[in-house]
Ligand binder design. Structure first.
Ligand SMILES: *Cc1c(COP(=O)(O)O)cnc(C)c1O
Length: 386
């Protein structure tokens, strides 16, 4: 099976992890700060906080922004459930904004219309999670403008987008948002097995997220309510979690970051090749905005169902049967039973549903060879016209 995504581990990665195993610290040592400095330096953010997953990063990002009961978090329906669940963790309510027909990202026009209505109904969101689907940035300038007018905060869910750029600057530098989150799950661009990171330029948000990822406990005297009782002293000043990343993971992350540029470059080669190979097939290839240099976590095609006799499901199944590990990113979150129980109807977000009926993620990862890509193409041709 050629998977849709796969980690790329070399000898340097293995050596880096082994070195940590033989060192004094398996957790809470020097590798986590080194990894944080590496990522923050690369993308141009002031602070980076490594945690055990992007889901954890989204959770503490929401908490740091003060999201709580009675508040609303808005995001796109075309994302992994974690982008929405983080609102529910905080006791907030979740709503969605339909996607743009070309980029499949949250649509700024739909957002504006929904904000106008929400203002009249006094239910404006406190936090918007902007997901850079497939690695292509959302229209952050437009979203940022709306955030200033309507007073909401912005988290960029950049789980797909490390190494990508928006208007010539790295995603994660925080120019248009409060916090950016990366994921290091093995299918993503850079991996630490499990892992995530929250980046911000705000001293206050960084301090809060730092507390929240480790029990709300601090040894920093400036954060304590009184002088330490002695050198052993720490204080719990908030209710936090154990969301820490291990040293093994951070060492792997540092080693992987050395190849980030090469990873994204190879993904662009593969995407360009797909674009060319698929040009004459009844599929829509990914449209790229000129403001965007995508991280290209995913390569999603949409079937031209009006031009083929096979159904979406038949094409998908035929690909799987031929050993192509295609996937579908994503099942619209508002159609999940857990969200349906909150009262969402499938057709609340028609562009998202239209996308869901046609989308297929083809294999896209740095280790994919040209030969494997040719196999994908041959299999797709067969699946479209058996
Ligand atoms: C993978 C993913 C997450 C969750 O990342 P984890 O590190 O697995 O917790 C969140 N949002 C999006 C868009 C993702 O693709």
């Amino acid at each position: 099976m050629i998977p849709y995504g796969k980690q790329d581990i070399n000898q340097a990665d293995i050596d880096a992890v082994l070195e940590v195993l033989q060192s004094d610290f398996l957790t809470q040592g020097p590798k986590v700060p080194a990894f944080e400095a590496k990522v923050a330096g690369h993308v141009g953010a002031k602070y980076a906080l490594a945690v055990n997953s992007a889901t954890s990063a989204l959770h503490i990002a929401c908490l740091a922004l003060g999201l709580g009961e009675g508040d609303w978090l808005w995001t796109t329906p075309i994302t992994f459930v974690a982008s929405a669940n983080c609102g529910l963790y905080c006791g907030a309510k979740v709503d969605f904004v339909d996607i743009d027909r070309q980029t499949y990202n949250l649509c700024p026009n739909a957002l504006e219309a929904k904000l106008e209505q929400a203002e009249r109904e006094d239910r404006l969101p406190k936090v918007l999670v902007a997901v850079h689907l497939c690695g292509q940035s959302c229209d952050m300038e437009a979203i940022h403008k709306l955030s200033q007018k309507y007073g909401f905060r912005i988290i960029e869910d950049a789980a797909h987008a490390i190494g990508g750029m928006y208007k010539g600057e790295f995603i994660g530098n925080g120019r248009y948002s409060d916090i950016t989150v990366f994921s290091f799950h093995p299918v993503k661009i850079v991996t630490t097995a499990e892992g995530g990171m929250a980046l911000t330029n705000s001293d206050e948000l960084a301090n809060r997220m730092n507390l929240l990822r480790s029990h709300g406990v601090t040894r920093d005297q400036s954060l304590m309510t009184h002088e330490p009782d002695g050198p052993w002293y720490y204080q719990q000043v908030d209710l936090g979690y154990n969301y820490r990343m291990t040293e093994l993971q951070a060492a792997l992350g540092v080693s992987q970051m050395a190849r980030l540029d090469a990873f994204v470059t190879r993904r662009h080669e593969l995407a360009a090749r797909y674009d060319q190979l698929l040009a004459d097939l009844p599929v829509v290839t990914p449209w790229q905005h000129s403001d965007s240099y995508s991280g290209l976590h995913l390569y999603v095609i949409r079937l031209r169902l009006d031009k083929i006799s096979q159904s979406h499901r038949q094409v998908f199944e035929a690909l799987r049967e031929q050993g192509i590990g295609v996937n579908l990113h994503y099942i619209p979150v508002h159609t999940q039973p857990y969200y349906q129980a909150m009262g969402f109807a499938a057709d609340d977000f028609p562009e998202a549903m239209a996308y869901y009926r046609e989308a297929i993620s083809l294999p896209m990862f740095q280790g994919l060879t040209d030969e494997q890509q040719d196999t994908v193409l041959a299999s797709l041709k067969k699946a479209l016209a058996p």
